[in-house]
Ligand binder design. Structure first.
Ligand SMILES: *Cc1c(COP(=O)(O)O)cnc(C)c1O
Length: 328
């Protein structure tokens, strides 16, 4: 799938284009956990999430001609933002396709980051079809958010940095959706430390990778609104890489309720002074809900992003803990 060499190449390639984020020890979480807990602050990454690593590595891995033609994706979230920024920064062009239903502020944000935005159709499927049409017609390269070796190798550079900062790391908690982040980090860490545990964390509502691993093949799950919106969506029924990597490399998957995720956002803000979105808070939430068995050495939690609507964030930290109702 991907090797340590691919990861080291990615690390050299993206050096200077992305932030080497801090790893901060959390005294309060260390006390709760009974072991040293470090927070890998990818919420402080440029564009507000770790997705910039994979996007930058993927664009820089293209041949010059393909890079000049440009890249395309249908993501309205963190991948779209990252691709827009990365393309502009390395002299390529990103075209992001969105449906008419995407709110203006998201359209504006991706446009502001330098991408060409195309508004087509009434669904994510329509936007994806437009991406495929553009790839055919304009010779753009489609860069998907997770199921691509260059994307996975880019996200894996987080694992390299964790090992540099905490060489005896025992357990890593990683937010899990399509699995590019978790597969990459697990590959990087386990190729040096086969016994280090890598645990994926998802929301209870619509955890596509967990359902797929349980079924033994990629399956679709019903989507519902969650505080961890960046963890929504399927893994692709024709998944090529991340399903098998997560199956082979993850030690466990923990699922969380909306109230538990809200508690993670609140803790990050009040105790760690960090703004994180729901997806970025799930590792902290897993520790607070005591779903992680006391590790025998240092534990690292990946805070994956901070792109949360600030009105929603305010409601969560004000104690309106379950904005989507039910599921306490
Ligand atoms: C994309 C994303 C994830 C999940 O990453 P996958 O590679 O899809 O598993 C987690 N947190 C944030 C903030 C993200 O944007």
């Amino acid at each position: 799938m991907i090797s340590l060499d691919d990861i080291q190449d990615a690390n050299r390639r993206i050096n200077g284009h992305v932030r080497r984020t801090p790893l901060a020890v959390s005294p309060s979480l260390s006390e709760i956990c009974g072991a040293s807990v470090g927070l890998k602050l990818e919420n402080q990454q440029t564009t507000g999430s770790f997705k910039l690593r994979g996007a930058t590595n993927a664009i820089l891995s293209l041949h010059t001609a393909a890079r000049k033609k440009g890249v395309a994706a249908a993501s309205t979230g963190n991948h779209g933002r990252a691709l827009a920024h990365a393309a502009r920064a390395v002299g390529s062009r990103a075209t992001i396709c969105m449906s008419k239903l995407v709110p203006d502020n998201k359209v504006f944000e991706v446009h502001r980051l330098g991408a060409d935005v195309r508004i087509v159709g009434n669904s994510q499927d329509d936007a994806q079809k437009e991406v495929e049409r553009l790839a055919e017609e304009e010779r753009f390269t489609i860069l998907p958010p997770f199921d691509n070796p260059h994307i996975v190798a880019g996200q894996a550079t987080i694992g390299v940095e964790i090992l540099e900062d905490i060489p005896d790391v025992n357990t890593v908690l990683v937010p899990l959706s399509g699995g590019g982040l978790a597969a990459g980090i697990a590959t990087a860490i386990k190729s040096k430390h086969p016994h280090c545990k890598v645990i994926g964390v998802s929301m209870r509502r619509g955890a596509a990778m967990k359902a797929s691993l349980d079924a033994g093949r990629p399956v679709e799950v019903e989507e519902s609104p969650s505080l961890a919106d960046s963890l929504g969506g399927g893994i692709g029924l024709d998944n090529q890489f991340t399903f098998a990597m997560c199956r082979d490399l993850l030690d466990d998957i923990v699922l969380l309720s909306e109230a538990e995720i809200a508690a993670g956002i609140l803790h990050a803000y009040e105790r760690e002074r960090e703004i994180v979105e729901g997806a970025g808070a799930v590792g902290i939430a897993a520790l607070l809900s005591e779903k992680i068995i006391r590790p025998a050495g240092p534990l690292v939690v990946v805070l994956s992003g901070r792109n949360v609507d600030m009105n929603l964030h305010r409601r969560v930290v004000n104690g309106e803990i379950d904005p989507f109702g039910g599921d306490k």
